[in-house]
Design a binder for this molecule. Structure first.
Ligand code: 5RP
Length: 230
């Protein structure tokens, strides 16, 4: 995937940003381009106030002099710009490969609008080819994992299922202190029903299905950036 395409999508979304806006800043390689470009504007005198969706994004934004706050200090945001792992029909999303899905969803939910930026490889006809990130409490991991496997058997495509603890030797730990199960469904035919079934499992903290949240996507391809609305 080309960094140039990601940057063009980020640049298109920057046109949505108005002086004085309170912004949610996403996480991941595409969102990183947006934060870079916003940093250039801020250095030139542009005023905004931002809530980052991860410690990584917070560090990047601080380094660029972007003013930061949190959702205890302010009660709402005007706009959040973030990346996605998959963009399906109606702008239903899979997010979380960067491990920031919990804060990303909290920030998006506190925003009047969420815009996604991506290259065209993220567009799919049906969600589920990309593994779904499921953030779970470390307590009772075995029980939660078995319950998630049960939900997968009921909601995934036959033969396409795999479930693993995100790990690089050591388990990946999120900013919230949880771990992540990566669940490959193959195809997700009913994202809403899957979302409800996952939230019925007590150890599930959050999952990477963002349904009805994204109001616009800027999708970059070799022939330009397309605006996609739900
Ligand atoms: C992080 C995310 C990212 O936005 C998503 O993984 C896309 O990342 P990238 O722009 O690097 O492809 O959800 O939790």
């Amino acid at each position: 995937m080309s960094e140039a395409l990601k940057r063009e999508a980020a640049r298109a979304a920057l046109a949505e940003v108005r002086p004085g806006m309170r912004l949610g800043l996403g996480t991941g390689s595409t969102a990183r381009h947006f934060v870079d470009l916003l940093g250039e504007k801020v250095a030139a005198g542009f005023e905004c106030l931002c809530v980052p969706t991860s410690e990584v994004t917070a560090e990047q934004a601080r380094g660029l002099g972007i003013p930061l706050t949190d959702l205890d200090t302010i009660d709402a945001l005007d706009l959040t710009i973030d990346g996605a792992d998959e963009i399906g029909p109606g702008l239903a999303l899979i997010k979380g490969a960067g491990g920031a899905l919990l804060r990303e969803k909290i920030v998006a939910a506190a925003s009047a609008r969420m815009i996604v930026i991506a290259d065209e490889s993220k567009i799919v006809r049906e969600l589920g080819r990309f593994p779904l990130s499921i953030e779970v409490n470390r307590f009772g991991l075995g029980a939660t994992r078995r319950a998630v496997a049960g939900v997968m058997a009921a909601h995934g495509a036959e033969g396409g299922l795999s479930l693993r603890l995100r790990s690089d030797g050591e388990p990946f730990v999120t900013d919230g202190g949880h771990v992540i199960l990566d669940a490959s469904f193959g195809r997700i035919s009913s994202p809403e029903a899957l979302s409800r079934a996952l939230f019925d499992i007590p150890g599930v903290v959050e999952h990477g299905l963002f349904l009805g949240m994204c109001k616009r996507a800027y999708v970059a391809a070799a022939d330009g950036v397309k605006t996609v609305d739900p």
